[in-house]
Design a protein around this ligand. Structure first.
Ligand SMILES: O=C(O)CCC(=O)C(=O)O
Length: 272
């Protein structure tokens, strides 16, 4: 275990016990706005055909290296919002393409916490994904663990992966904030099967092992960051409100303990 850089021993113990921890106000509103502006640029440009009432041919559109996935109702052609901004469910692959996002994702204040939570100074940046729940139509993300999705082994040990979930908007129960099952990372890999939810591939878990009525609901303000372990069960509800819920999720991998088992050469960078 390396010396802690940014968090207290109590915070580290809390994370080891619960499998998640929340840091309030880690980023300023200006830092958050800069990321939101870039996301808005990719979405408005990438989905500009929606302004003419035209749906893209595929559910995922590529624009200047960014990938933009339509919200299921839009993909099914059942709804086209006036502003394309509220047609996207997910925007990803900005790291290395977009300077603002890349520098945000490697902020020393963020990486210092990641180091402390993973317990290593050897860190791979694996993925960025902005998860956007448009008003009224944003779908839920069912309960799942992240690590089984990823091409790394081992898949059944804590502290191989940590996700930084960064609130870009205020996140409430009504617009789909995060919920966690405290301590579920200690159950190991309880992921069972691929299922289709709203046309999206989802890896479901054996939920008979946990009590979802005890889920910890984490409402958040822009700039708050909740970190969770790759095995911690988490969920977000549908957006039933008239407010968007944008979040940016950054995935970091313990380069000391994880082995890449994906196809081809790894194309993700060491950030520490
Ligand atoms: O932001 C969300 O709604 C869900 C986030 C999530 O499932 C994840 O980070 O893996």
């Amino acid at each position: 275990m390396i010396a802690l850089k940014a968090i207290t021993t109590e915070q580290r113990e809390q994370y080891e016990r619960d499998g998640f921890i929340v840091f309030r106000g880690l980023f300023s509103q200006d830092e958050i706005n800069a990321v939101k502006e870039r996301l808005a640029y990719y979405i408005r440009q990438g989905l500009r055909m929606l302004k003419e009432g035209q749906k893209p041919e595929k559910d995922t559109v590529s624009f200047e290296g960014a990938l933009i996935q339509l919200e299921p109702l839009v993909a099914q052609g059942k709804y086209i919002p006036d502003d394309p901004l509220y047609a996207a469910r997910k925007v990803w692959n900005l790291f290395g393409h977009d300077e603002v996002l890349t520098s945000f994702a490697t902020s020393p204040k963020l990486l210092d916490i990641v180091e402390d939570l993973l317990g290593t100074s050897a860190i791979w940046f694996f993925a960025d994904k902005a998860l956007l729940k448009p008003p009224k139509i944003g779908v839920e993300k069912p309960w799942h663990q992240d690590l089984p999705y990823f091409p790394f082994e081992p898949k059944d040990e804590p502290q191989i992966h940590v996700a930084a979930w960064i609130a870009l908007d205020e996140a409430t129960v009504e617009n789909g904030c995060m919920q966690y099952i405290s301590g579920s990372h200690r159950l190991g890999n309880i992921t069972t099967a691929h299922v289709d939810t709203y046309g999206l591939d989802h890896l479901s878990a054996d939920m008979s092992k946990v009590d979802t009525s005890k889920a910890v609901v984490v409402e958040a303000k822009p700039g708050d960051v909740s970190f969770h372990d790759g095995l911690t069960l988490h969920y977000s509800s549908p957006n039933t409100s008239d407010k968007p819920r944008w979040a940016l999720v950054l995935d970091f991998i313990n380069a000391e303990r994880a082995t890449y088992v994906g196809k081809g050469e790894p194309n993700f960078p060491r950030v520490r």
